[in-house]
Ligand binder design. Structure first.
Ligand code: LLP
Length: 429
């Protein structure tokens, strides 16, 4: 579900024309729709209503303060993976006691910070980490709430870089050793066993792997409830979104129909509910992409069009440093000219950025309209893992972000200037 649409032959985010935003704030520019995020959250929350549940938005998907604040106001908790993310959540008005702290390499400094702030739970990824958390909690005179992340050895059938629930992945503890590790945790005086957690991967478009993982874990979860009176079971995140129509219909405007993903939030909830409702536990969900992915676009401007004997290259001012997903995961983002009617359909071309790497492309060998320098395009579905994964590679300042609500737009991150590039750097001699 998203609020991007064509109106009077121009692309709009809610009631805001995107060309006007590009002209006002410059490009490259991330634009997010507040209503889309709110709708996604409320749809999931409603679908999960039969369960005692807490949605802990995975802040890594998009951690702009304005988005964290919007979700905090809706009552969301947060799944965080660093001290920095906890800091952001608190600055945005989120509550520490609704945060789960995950990650395979939490530092002592981060653990101490999270303990002082009073996070709801540490999701522990290895035995040694139990000892570390126990020791730091002891030093602070606190009891640290913990859950252990269990790796269910389930194939999420997604890109191998974002598959996390197989035994060869670095995440979690194998099901065969889970009870033994819990028993060890129970002996540590400064730990309080609070739950159990799992997460099998991201951009998953089929409920089956989720159900398989949950069913594999249920006997353990039931035992842990008896043994340690655990209060929650977190089933992680991972619901995918539609980046591209499953069957390439050839119609560039499929996204306009607001086609929903094969795994809608309602379907996901309906498939999981029967397995979770009788556990008598609070169920935590950690969605990232499914709440913000379709709620954002990256606007870029055409800088040059270059025709070589081999190809036509449309070169835009956004690069792989601004949106790395195509380069890293070979992912697809639909490209929409901001004024589709003003451009005529063209031949096969590559849509590329200005970065000095051949991997700096958004699309390769696709029928791109006859774009001209100065034209704007939108890279759709860039709200998740877009800005947050950007870098200053090639000394390119980080871009601006705008949040749209109805006909209002808010600059929620200022565009960096060249001076920002060297802030904190010093000449050695
Ligand atoms: N919980 C845990 C423990 C996670 O590791 C993740 C994502 C999530 C929840 C949220 O997953 P989601 O609902 O967003 O699928 N950069 C990649 C995705 C990396 C996902 C990392 N973990 C991409 O752009 O596709």
């Amino acid at each position: 579900m998203h609020h991007f649409h064509l109106r009077e032959e121009a692309l709009y985010c809610e009631q805001q024309g995107l060309s006007a935003l590009a002209a006002q704030y410059g490009t490259p520019l991330y634009v997010y729709s507040a209503s889309s995020i709110r709708d996604n959250f409320c749809r999931l929350d409603t679908a999960l209503a039969p369960l005692n549940h807490l949605i802990c938005y995975a802040a890594k998907a998009n951690s702009n303060l304005a988005i964290l604040s919007l979700l905090a106001q809706l009552g969301s908790g947060f799944d965080i993976v660093s001290g920095g993310e906890l800091y952001r959540v608190l600055q945005a008005g989120g509550r520490a006691d609704r945060c789960t702290f995950a990650g395979v390499g939490k530092t002592r400094h981060e653990i101490e910070y999270a303990l002082r702030e009073g996070v709801y739970c540490f999701n522990v990824e290895c035995e040694a980490e139990l000892e570390t958390i126990n020791e730091i909690a002891g030093m602070l005179g606190k009891k640290a709430p913990i859950a252990i992340r269990i790796n269910p050895d389930v194939d999420a059938r997604t890109h191998r870089y974002i598959s996390t629930g197989k035994s060869h992945n670095k995440f979690g503890i194998g099901l065969d050793r889970a009870e033994e590790v819990y028993a060890r945790a129970a002996l540590l005086p400064h730990l309080q066993i609070r739950g159990v957690q799992t997460h099998i991967g991201s951009q998953i478009l089929d409920a089956q792997p989720f159900v398989e993982a949950i069913c594999k874990l249920i006997p353990l979860v039931t035992r842990l409830r008896e043994l340690y009176q655990i209060e929650f079971f977190s089933v992680g995140g991972g619901v995918g979104i539609l980046y591209k129509e499953a069957l390439e219909s050839g119609s560039p405007d499929w996204w306009q129909k607001n086609t929903s993903s094969p795994l809608t939030l309602e379907k996901y909830a309906a498939e999981l509910l029967p397995h979770l409702s009788s556990l008598g536990l609070k169920i935590l969900f950690e969605p990232g992409r499914s709440l913000v992915g379709n709620a954002g676009v990256l606007i870029a401007q055409v800088v040059q069009v270059k025709q070589t004997p081999a190809k036509r290259f449309v070169i835009v001012d956004a690069g792989m440093n601004d949106l790395i997903r195509p380069a890293l995961y070979e992912s697809f983002h639909q490209v929409i000219p901001l004024k589709p009617s003003s451009v005529t359909p063209g031949d096969l071309a590559d849509l590329v950025g200005p970065v000095c790497e051949s991997g700096d492309f958004f699309l390769q060998d696709v029928a791109l309209p006859e774009l001209q320098p100065g034209d704007y395009i939108a890279l759709m579905s860039a709200g998740a893992y877009g800005f947050v994964m950007s870098s200053r590679y090639n000394s390119r300042p980080l871009v601006a972000e705008v949040l749209v609500e109805g006909s209002h737009s808010f600059l929620v991150r200022e565009r960096e200037q060249w001076a920002d590039l060297i802030r904190g750097e010093h000449l050695a001699i």
